[in-house]
Design a protein around this ligand. Structure first.
Ligand SMILES: [Zn+2]
Length: 358
């Protein structure tokens, strides 16, 4: 027996107008939990959109990072206990913390992303961290949140670098999933996920530049809306269809290694992952696709060289050793060695230097 859940969502500048009709079947009270900035941006709009159809027991800060400790603190709040529903508001870490709390309390969960940077608002998986902010591992809910309300006005007004990095992270889905799943016989749902993944980058490469241009001007245009759905929904739909081992590969292994190098820590997740995508495509010999993604990265200012992620003077051997030890590389279609990754990094450097107008 298998339960399959696909993302259910509402998108638009007026997305919150649908809250009463979609949530009222689940109860009459809710607690809002989220990031500080996110609450500032979204709370009033949520409350005014529901008018008097839902009462709010409280509005709470999620605690600052996606940790089990923060999720457990929220469990014991009487205002959370009292509410029929939980509304998770914010970016990936806030949403993942609240996903964990809601699952433990068996309460209906709805998500309100205030950034378009990942698929956390529509997936069952939670990326959890230690209290020192290092990565702890993934934890699975029994199902994704019931519904996601994507207010494109709020997303357009958020700092544009999160959208920029979100594009970089979403680009990894196609190449990491198809690489991990290559040659495998998979069941219906997993095949559906890998088939969707095989065309996941198309919308990003086609509309990404226009969308980023529009978002920088805080405009929630059609291109922006399309890419927001690519970042949150396409990647989430794929994630919900495939096993954990297919979900990430070399690009995320390089990111997870990169966070271990102190001077490089300030780069956004999606930006470093995007660099890793270029290394993966180079190593795998998909050079035509690599060149396409490379020119896209150059146009958007996404990292395409070691210098862009502050690794040109960095401890490259240590970086490679750490990357090779990451669980992201558990499932590969052929053994990936340190020499292969080092060579791909060097080949990518050469390509970048010789290709000034790419
Ligand atoms: Zn990622």
């Amino acid at each position: 027996m298998k339960n399959i859940f696909f993302p259910s969502y509402t998108i638009g500048e007026d997305a919150y107008a649908s809250i009463p009709s979609i949530c009222s079947d689940f109860g009459s009270s809710a607690v809002i939990i989220g990031g500080r900035t996110a609450l500032e941006k979204a709370e009033k709009s949520i409350i005014s959109a529901v008018k008097n159809s839902i009462t709010f027991t409280d509005s709470l800060w999620y605690g600052g990072d996606a940790t089990f400790e923060n999720a457990d603190k929220l469990l014991s709040c009487p205002e959370v206990e009292k509410a029929d529903m939980i509304f998770a508001v914010g970016g990936g870490r806030a949403v993942d913390t609240v996903k964990c709390t809601a699952e433990k309390l068996k309460k209906a969960l709805f998500t309100f992303p205030t950034l378009a940077s990942n698929c956390a608002p529509v997936t069952a998986v939670c990326a959890m961290y230690h209290e020192d902010h290092s990565f702890r591992g993934v934890w699975y809910r029994s199902r994704p949140p019931y519904h996601c309300f994507i207010n494109t006005r709020i997303i357009a007004e958020a700092p544009s670098e999160y959208f920029w990095a979100g594009i970089g992270d979403a680009l990894s889905k196609q190449y990491e999933v198809t690489f991990s799943a290559r040659n495998d016989a998979t069941d219906y749902v997993c095949s559906l996920g890998t088939e969707l993944a095989a065309s996941c980058s198309e919308g990003l490469l086609q509309y990404g530049e226009q969308a980023f241009h529009d978002i920088k001007q805080q405009k929630a245009t059609e291109a922006a809306e399309r890419v927001i759905q690519n970042i949150i929904i396409s990647t989430g739909l794929i994630s919900n269809c495939i096993p954990e081992d297919y979900n990430s590969s070399l690009a995320h292994a390089l990111y997870n290694s990169h966070v271990g190098i102190p001077h490089a820590r300030l780069h956004l997740h999606g930006a470093v992952v995007c660099y890793g995508v270029l290394v993966l495509l180079t190593m795998d010999g998909q050079l035509e696709e690599r060149n396409r993604v490379f020119s896209f990265c150059r146009k958007l200012g996404l990292p395409s060289s070691l210098a862009d992620i502050e690794m040109d003077k960095g401890p490259i051997e240590e970086y490679l050793d750490m990357a090779l030890s990451k669980p992201d590389l558990r499932k590969t279609p052929y053994p990936v060695t340190k020499d292969m990754v080092r060579q791909a990094i060097m080949d990518l450097e050469t390509y970048g230097k010789t290709c000034q107008n790419c």
